[in-house]
Design a protein around this ligand. Structure first.
Ligand code: ATP
Length: 517
């Protein structure tokens, strides 16, 4: 299936089956703001649990907090966000469409990368097992020319951004002949910086009201609580503080469903380490976080690291974990070595000493920080992109049936079990409810008695329910049910007492965790 079609189908499916709705849809929606529906919310909660437990339960030295969205306005001065948290914006004069200038150039570079990859794939096919990718890339003339081109574009682009030379960014867009993807026009406005922070007033009387911001990242809530947590939790370095919460950015471009939203959720962990040890921890967290994504069992080739070309003012190392979304490889998670920048800044602006006494070194210092920051909504989209499957099924009568199935890992699936009485009589609904009562306290289950069993299976496939049990006449006689596996569609007759055990084994995070621990 073409990737563009896949993306459209995922969006339509998310709406049709209660995963994601446009916010305020009855008023024609609000741009780049989305609501999660009944199954989307369950999936989101399960992703949060996967992340939270992998951080807080699996690591003795990581604890979690929940800080407020509103913070003292000086926080954002200290962090460097005020006046500097912006993206370069450019408008196309003909289509009136707005773009991020850096993203236009990055997308241009991604097209060259795709060309290189195409050459590599072609050669790999031709040479089979004897193919040496590295050798090919360093000798093939077309690949070399494209790599050279890429490196020149990157150099010019990074230099312009570092110097904050927006006229040069525009010139590069023009020199590369980048056209508006919608209209094809090359008639661009100048590039200017656009402030991403939302501002509002705190206080009821306008004279007393102070301007505050909706937080653009959750990290600062962790930094300003560093002393509280370290002291009350008697934490010893190295240690981490984790947090899941909403963040707000007035994004310039909002055309990619839940990939880029104006209100979104982050799962962030700040790991406090000894100065000088940050690179060791940066490498360790890179590895752990990549394992976390891969442990879900999806195609590993869809994940890659992408080191930052231009480091943020606070970082001495930074990489992204990128995932191949239907619209290309894009950032899913950022891992940054933030040095002692944030804590030092808060120390200076607040006038409070924010330091750690290291008994082993017998000295005080401002800890260094390694941050892992993953978007909850982007993880959600990554899971949907990997799970959405269309299958053709040959029927016994020779007809071909189709099904859409979300192959969501069982531990993350919104509903774990559907309980389906074969017919709505002969005591089967009563028996089904009795069985439901034995599992519903531990697992999210659905009871359904309407429509044919085939239709009911299809509905469960479409929301990714890993198991369905059917209660039939034999259930009454022998206290057994048939259990159907979503992916194989195989059915097996099992004793009713076995249901709980099967669900426990197949839907817990234990297996997934064993791959990252
Ligand atoms: P991008 O370059 O895509 O704008 P970023 O580098 O600004 O992202 P970070 O500040 O590193 O992103 O934020 C950490 C994570 O938060 C990102 O990896 C992403 O998963 C998520 N995130 C950031 N902005 C958004 C958004 N507008 N909508 C959804 N998720 C987001």
């Amino acid at each position: 299936m073409a990737q563009e079609d896949l993306f459209k189908k995922i969006i339509a499916h998310s709406k049709e089956y209660g995963f994601v709705f446009q916010s305020s849809e009855i008023y024609d929606g609000l741009s780049a703001v989305y609501d999660y529906g009944q199954y989307g919310t369950e999936l989101k909660n399960n992703i949060k649990k996967y992340w939270w437990d992998s951080m807080v339960k699996l690591h003795e030295n990581i604890v979690g907090i929940d800080s407020a969205i509103f913070m003292h306005p000086t926080v954002w001065k200290a962090s460097g966000h005020v006046g500097a948290f912006s993206d370069p914006l450019i408008d196309n004069k003909d289509s009136k469409k707005r773009y991020r200038a850096d993203v236009l150039i990055e997308d241009y570079m991604a097209k060259i990368e795709a060309k290189i990859q195409k050459e590599v794939d072609k050669a790999a096919k031709k040479f089979g097992d004897s193919f040496d990718e590295e050798q090919f890339k360093s000798t093939n003339i077309r690949v070399l020319a494209n790599r050279e081109k890429l490196s020149e574009i990157k150099k010019r682009f990074v230099t312009a951004l570092e110097k904050d030379d927006l006229a040069e960014v525009k010139k590069q867009i023009e020199d590369l002949g980048i056209a508006c993807p919608i209209s094809g026009s090359k008639n661009w406005t100048d590039v200017r910086q656009f402030d991403l922070m939302f501002e509002t007033q705190l206080g009821s009387v306008s004279e007393d009201a102070s301007n505050i911001y909706l937080r653009p990242e959750t990290a600062q809530g962790i930094f300003v609580n560093y002393l509280n947590v370290q002291k009350t939790g008697r934490m010893k370095i190295p240690f981490g503080i984790a947090q899941i919460g909403k963040a707000f950015r007035n994004e310039i471009v909002a055309r990619q469903f839940i990939f880029r939203m104006r209100e979104f959720e982050q799962m962030e962990m700040q790991f406090f380490v000894r100065p000088g040890e940050e690179m060791k921890w940066f490498e360790a967290w890179k590895e752990t976080r990549m394992k976390w994504h891969k442990a879900l069992g999806f195609d590993e080739k869809k994940f890659r690291f992408h080191d930052h070309d231009k480091l943020a003012h606070y970082a001495n190392a930074a990489t992204d974990i990128e995932f191949e979304f239907p619209f290309g490889f894009k950032e899913l998670e950022g891992i940054h070595s933030r040095t002692d920048y944030d804590l030092s800044q808060h120390q200076e602006y607040s006038g409070k000493k924010i330091q750690y006494f290291d008994p082993e070194l017998n000295k005080n210092y401002v800890p260094y920080v390694v941050e892992t920051s993953v978007g909850l909504d982007r993880t959600f989209l990554m899971i949907l992109s990997n799970s959405y499957t269309e299958e053709k099924i040959e029927q016994e009568n020779g007809k071909v049936d189709e099904r859409v199935v979300l192959k969501i890992p069982a531990s993350l699936a919104p509903v774990k079990l559907a309980v389906l009485p074969l017919v709505r009589k002969d005591g089967l609904p009563e028996k089904a409810k009795e069985i439901l009562n034995t599992v519903k306290y531990d697992f999210n289950c659905i009871y359904e008695e309407k429509d044919s069993i085939g239709k009911r299976y299809r509905r469960q496939d479409a929301i990714g329910t890993p198991f369905c049990i059917t209660i039939d006449h034999e259930t009454i006689e022998s206290n057994t049910v048939t259990i159907r596996d979503r992916d194989t569609m195989q059915q097996e007759r099992i004793a009713v007492e076995k249901i709980h055990e099967i669900l426990t084994n197949k839907t817990s995070f234990k297996d997934v965790f064993s791959k990252i621990n």
